[in-house]
Design a protein around this ligand. Structure first.
Ligand code: 26V
Length: 829
């Protein structure tokens, strides 16, 4: 069967006359997998068997291209992007693979012929949740874009056995469960034990004299572990390139700990092995408060050491002159988590390859660039030298040496400015002697970038001002983006079809073509179709939430969505205060219930397990939901839905259904946000502060199509400077007071007043992120939302303009910016 090309300008590069690329061809592959991989007949196959067989059959269609890509890379000898990231939040893989291979309809038909529903098969997939949130999801978008753009890239990371915890609610409280995503095996990985890499830890260093009389250092490690590469295919869309994501799993060394073993302590020797395997056991679920945990540092060094070794030994041709390493690789440091790669490369070059210090430093600087993803000072990683020196003694020495020459450079540039030198030092003495990883990354990186225009500016001016004074040209911005394949084409088939019917399908690879939709905002017929798509997406979400969570979304409501990690700075409490204030206004008669715009607020948020206040906020949200959702006085016009365990799978259903996107962090706190981009691209309007990429979204969609509220960053900084007193706002703002008082009354806690004291007193006494200061302005903006929503034509017009004007936020554009400004690399075709 010849294959149609549904995607317009960019025909998918599968070979359409490949006999496998047909319903019967796929059926053959599928049955073979069912028999050979699962060992079952079609008659006896479980749904899980069918999923595994489908996935591995689909993978067949990518393997040839994957192998061919390796050959192409080897022949081209061009620069590769080595994306070093401790997290990849991939989301489900089947749909993405179907899209890349253009097999969706074929598989659907093939399975249907055997009485199997592809939709049910899809539901079997457990997503690999190998990330916490934005940073990990961004990494997944970036590798998708690079493959699509034909750029050689290897994503390097960790194959955690347990990904981000599964969140459940018990009496409204968050309870974490282990994410056993590998329990039923992943059909997407290829493990290569024969390419295992040795990684060492601890021990000591010693000096020796080589045959030329030069004094050298060597590291005599105390223990080691092997890194096993697990390869995942990263297929580009509309191209034959299939890149690699290489995740490392820890495995005990083959040799037993001989000393212990020979002492007769067999059990102890085996225990030591399992100790080593703990390294890749679990993803740390904190994403803002580094706790200096030894195991986390082990994870970081483990994956970075494996990756550098792998690239140098396996990806370069034998005999390659490492003085030219920077021509062939650029390692992008995704936040500071992989920064230990800097001294590791220095160690390899000097200790193993015999480089002089200066030569090694020149090479190293050309091989790294650093992306910072935060503005919270407490999120900047710092490792005590005691720990670093014990776990990685040679690396600690090298860091000290880097710092010595760096300090000399600072003192030479700013003579007599000892304070500045202390501020900039990689090693700080306070509160305990520690290594500041962001400083090390900045010193070593050829470039340092923030992730949105405002963030990059604040990074220069506030986080690393001394460094930007020293090296202004090092600093740059690359605004984040999201992949249109997953977050529009796959997750919003209705919108995709509608858009393609008007502007063709080229947008999937060239999202700026969305600007062709601009005139359609004034086309009443198009607006009606656009609304129908949104309505269908809401219906799909209703089904999902009913089945997944037992939540029954009301029909015809404005869907107001706030999904992201739970953090004080993101201000889920501000959203909740809005809901409680609407409730209070109805209870107190200040607002007639029929004047409420029917609205459901959807929350999705995980709290770090050790973040007490964040967990209390989750409990408060659930408690308010329990009361509000049942109060007949609201006549079903206001509700809260809080499905547990928000993840990529749910995001793909939730975002296309949303009307209103909540992006309400305190200005100057959210580095970029990427959810904000996904919502806008799917036709939700944003209510947001002047923060992160919101600034750029508003700039593009225009003030008429964005609900701005709150202080901007300078105003917030000024208020903080001046002395912020939340309690006086509480005292002077009657609406706010009534809202807080209602929470404190006990109405949401079965009459027990003070049950949410931790939350209310955090707000009244400190309100670190100034929710009270923005409260009145937020409520006003919500009034504007209601007014606009009442005029469905105006609302739809704005929604269409959001889609039409946000093509800029494709991660393909982000990749182009990295390629031009930072990596100086390009495609291999
Ligand atoms: C930090 C830490 C600190 C140590 C404990 C473990 C851990 C894990 C992750 C992180 C990174 C937090 C930074 C982060 O996720 N930033 C988010 O990055 C997004 C992509 O650039 C951006 O859109 C969000 O605004 C930003 O919060």
């Amino acid at each position: 069967m010849p294959v149609s090309v549904p995607n317009g300008n960019d025909p998918i590069a599968v070979i359409a006359d490949d006999p496998r690329h047909s319903v019967s061809g796929f059926t053959t592959e599928f049955i073979r997998e069912l028999h050979n991989r699962q060992g079952v007949s079609l008659r006896d196959a479980s749904l899980h068997d069918k999923f595994q067989a489908t996935a591995s059959a689909v993978r067949h269609y990518m393997v040839d291209e994957w192998l061919e890509t390796k050959d192409k890379n080897a022949a081209a000898k061009q620069k590769t992007v080595g994306y070093l990231s401790a997290e990849y939040l991939l989301g489900p893989q089947l749909d993405n693979a179907l899209l890349a291979t253009d097999l969706t309809e074929i598989v659907e038909e093939s399975l249907a012929q055997h009485g199997i529903d592809l939709a049910q098969v899809r539901e079997q997939e457990v997503e690999p949740g190998l990330g916490n949130g934005g940073l990990g999801r961004l990494a997944a978008c970036f590798i998708d874009s690079l493959a699509t753009m034909d750029v050689p890239c290897i994503g390097y990371g960790i194959r955690y056995e347990y990904g981000i915890f599964r969140q459940t609610f018990v009496d409204g409280h968050q309870v974490e469960e282990a994410d056993k995503w590998l329990a039923l095996e992943s059909p997407w990985e290829f493990v290569h034990p024969e390419n295992a890499v040795q990684v060492n830890f601890a021990g000591h260093t010693e000096t020796w004299t080589d045959e030329t009389g030069r004094e050298r250092t060597r590291w005599v490690p105390g223990w080691g572990v092997q890194g096993l590469p697990y390869n995942y295919l990263v297929p580009g869309y509309g191209t034959r390139r299939v890149n690699t994501l290489r995740l490392w799993g820890a495995r005990a060394n083959n040799q037993f700990d001989l000393k212990t073993f020979n002492q007769g302590d067999y059990v102890e020797a085996v225990r030591a092995q399992t100790f080593a395997e703990n390294i890749s056991k679990v993803l740390y679920p904190e994403d803002s408060t580094p706790q200096g945990k030894e195991l986390r540092l082990q994870q970081q060094y483990f994956f970075v050491a494996c990756s550098l070794r792998d690239f140098i030994e396996n990806e370069l041709e034998p005999g390659f002159d490492l003085h030219r390493l920077g021509e062939r690789i650029i390692f992008q440091l995704n936040d500071t988590h992989p920064v230990i790669a800097v001294p590791e490369l220095m160690r390899i070059l000097i200790d193993e390859k015999g480089f002089e210090w200066d030569e090694a430093w020149e090479v190293t600087k050309s091989c790294f660039a650093y992306t910072c993803h935060t503005l919270l000072p407490e999120a900047l990683e710092v490792w005590p030298t005691e720990l670093l020196g014990r776990l990685l003694p040679r690396h600690m020495q090298i860091i000290n040496l880097i710092n010595v020459s760096f300090m000399a450079e600072v003192r030479a540039t700013f003579p007599g400015d000892e304070e500045r030198a202390l501020r900039m030092s990689i090693v700080t003495e306070h509160p305990v002697q520690s290594v500041r990883m962001a400083h090390l990354a900045t010193v070593a990186g050829s470039k340092v970038n923030g992730v949105a225009a405002l963030h990059s500016q604040l990074l220069r001016d506030k986080v690393l001002p001394d460094f930007s004074a020293l090296w202004p040209e090092k600093f740059t911005n690359v605004t984040n983006g999201v992949t249109p394949r997953r977050f529009v084409r796959q997750s919003n088939p209705g919108l995709s079809a509608l858009v393609t019917s008007r502007i063709g399908g080229g947008w999937v690879k060239h999202l700026d073509q969305f600007d062709g939709l601009e005139p359609l905002a004034d086309d009443a017929g198009f607006r009606e179709e656009f609304r129908a798509v949104k309505a269908a997406n809401k219906e799909r979400l209703r089904e999902v939430l009913h089945k997944r969570d037992g939540i029954d979304l009301p029909e015809g409501h404005l869907l107001d969505v706030m999904v992201k990690r739970l953090h004080e700075y993101k201000r889920q409490t501000l959203k909740l205060l809005h809901v409680v204030s609407l409730y209070e206004q109805v209870l107190s008669g200040k607002r007639k219930v029929e004047d409420l715009t029917p609205r459901t607020v959807v929350f999705g948020a995980k709290a770090a397990p050790g973040y007490r206040l964040a967990k209390d906020i989750i409990h408060l949200i659930n408690s308010v939901a329990a009361v509000v959702n049942r109060d007949p006085r609201l006549e079903g016009r206001l509700g809260i839905a809080f499905p547990a365990n928000y993840n990529v799978t749910l995001a793909e259903k939730l975002i296309p259904a949303a009307d209103l996107s909540e992006q309400i962090s305190l200005a100057g706190m959210e580095a970029s946000g990427t959810g904000n981009m996904k919502f806008a691209l799917n036709g939700a309007l944003t209510i947001g502060t002047d923060d992160g990429a919101n600034v750029e979204i508003r700039g593009l969609v225009g003030d008429d199509n964005f609900f701005l509220f709150g202080m901007d960053e300078p105003a917030a900084a000024a208020l903080r400077e001046q002395g912020y007193r939340p309690r006086s706002i509480y005292e002077s703002d009657e609406t706010l007071r009534a809202t807080i008082d209602l929470i404190e009354s006990g109405i949401f806690s079965g009459g027990r007043g003070g049950a949410f004291g931790s939350v209310t007193s955090a707000l009244l006494d400190e309100d670190r992120f100034m929710a009270f200061a923005d409260f009145a302005s937020y409520l006003e903006a919500q009034e504007a939302v209601e007014a606009k929503y009442a005029d469905q034509e105006a609302w739809t017009r704005s929604a269409i303009l959001n889609v039409a004007r946000t093509g800029y936020f494709s991660s393909d554009r982000s990749m182009r910016d990295y390629l031009d400004r930072i990596w100086h690399a390009g495609p291999v075709v």
